[in-house]
Design a protein around this ligand. Structure first.
Ligand code: GLA
Length: 427
């Protein structure tokens, strides 16, 4: 098409683009780079991952209900099936670090700790598949995992084959204990190819950019990362506190010009797990995490205890309208549009010319604050042109009504809370 486009139409196009400066904002974010060609993660992966909540708890004698064991994963699988989690999209049940026995077997293969996983991973995978779910596992590009279990360095082919033989559907590949940046990059690439060679569909979840962080003068080449990984961590591990969620959002908005373009069907920036349903976030902060993870087109891996979760947190995590924003098929990541007076406005283009808009109140003193937003400022001027239907999704669901392009909207936002809106254009 481009090749045959004549000069006049090119000039017209350029004129339009220059004339509508706002269009630049709309175009910004179109993924230019090829994604890992495994047909997976066309929308951000959704599931459950044990790390933030259960960490490296291997003491099944002292703490049988919360140690990293097949029992824990089977219980979570049962609940993902019976409590509606799978039905709203949480499909991948993922094991993190500390599942392994301290040694490889006589053939050099990784093996699960025999006491904590007496049936082995293949039987667990069968169980998980029987519930209509998929199983994720964890390994490390270096000589040891972060918690000190055997690393995959020197064993990439064997490990990829072992995971495929077991019926694993996702690999989280950590980046502790590597020697050089070249080893790190080669290892991540090699494992991607090794997984593809197994012929099994395995989502490849990387932490490659994160481990380049101490060497920031070598910025990650996101075009390359995207060619090898289905998602990639950029920033420090999340923990169950507002400070942590806030630091993820800060890092993301400060670096959005480098990372937003890299996201798209098949490859996503991964701001780490959802900690909703745990101990550390207030209700408003949980809303902020859910809303902003939707705006950021983030993989949604919950790390919580599905056996003990409040009905409120469950409803938030299972909110179909918010999930629909996260999973929007256009696959463009949102970004922070502006910050003024401690209120941040984020927006994300959606399919059918719709937009998601989040307003976060970052002021931690005082009560709820009013914020007025001019609709012409959203979506590069196009979100509400000539008019739109605005629906509030969070914190309270409801249609706010039809608005014209020239109008503005006044909203009340709780401290550390977020109002999430959906704007659907009308003619
Ligand atoms: C690193 C990762 C975490 C988790 C731990 C496990 O810190 O970033 O997500 O996997 O290792 O040891």
């Amino acid at each position: 098409m481009t090749g045959t486009m004549n000069l006049r139409s090119r000039a017209q196009l350029l004129g339009c683009v220059l004339g509508l400066r706002s269009l630049a904002l709309v175009l910004w974010g179109i993924p230019g780079a090829r994604a890992l060609d495994n047909g997976l993660a066309m929308t951000p992966t959704m599931g459950w991952l044990h790390w933030e909540r259960f960490m490296c708890n291997t003491d099944c004698e002292e703490d049988p209900d919360s140690c990293v064991s097949e029992k824990l994963f089977m219980q979570m699988a049962d609940l993902m099936d019976s409590e509606g989690w799978r039905d709203v999209g949480y499909e991948y049940l993922c094991i993190d670090d500390c599942w392994m026995a301290p040694q490889r077997d006589s053939k050099g293969r990784l093996q699960a700790d025999p006491k904590r996983f007496p049936g082995g991973i293949r039987r667990l995978a069968d169980y998980v598949h029987g519930k209509g779910l998929k199983l994720g596992i964890y390994a490390d590009v270096g000589k040891l995992t972060c918690a000190g279990f055997p690393g995959s360095y020197g064993y990439y082919d064997i490990d990829a084959k072992t995971f495929a033989d077991w019926g694993v559907d996702l690999l989280k590949f950590d980046g502790c204990h590597f020697d050089t940046l070249v080893d790190l990059a080669d290892g991540y690439k090699y494992m991607s190819l090794a997984l593809n060679r197994t012929g099994r569909s395995i989502v490849y979840s990387c932490e490659w950019p994160l481990y380049m962080m101490p060497f920031r003068k070598h910025m990650p080449n996101y075009t390359e990362v995207r060619e090898y990984c289905n998602h990639w961590r950029n920033f420090a591990d999340i923990y169950d506190a507002w400070q942590s969620v806030k630091s993820v959002l800060d890092w993301t908005s400060s670096n959005q010009e480098k990372i937003v373009d890299a996201a798209g069907p098949g490859g996503w920036n991964d701001p780490d797990m959802l900690v909703i349903g745990n101990f550390g976030l207030s209700w408003d902060q949980q809303i902020t995490q859910m809303a902003l993870w939707a705006i950021m087109a983030a993989p949604l891996f919950m790390s919580n205890d599905l056996r003990q979760i409040s009905p409120q947190a469950k409803a938030l995590l299972q909110d179909k309208d918010v999930i629909a924003i996260n999973q929007d098929p256009l696959g463009k990541q949102g970004y922070r549009l502006r910050k003024e007076d401690n209120i941040e406005v984020w927006e994300r283009p959606l399919s059918d010319f719709a937009w998601a808009v989040a307003m976060v109140n970052l002021q931690e003193i005082g009560g709820p604050r009013f914020h007025t937003i001019s609709l012409a400022s959203l979506g590069g001027g196009l979100a509400c042109l000539p008019a739109c239907l605005i629906t509030e999704l969070l914190p309270v669901k409801g249609k706010l009504g039809f608005y014209e392009w020239t109008s503005s909207l006044k909203l009340r936002i709780n401290p550390t809370g977020t109002v999430l809106l959906r704007l659907d254009r009308t003619n």
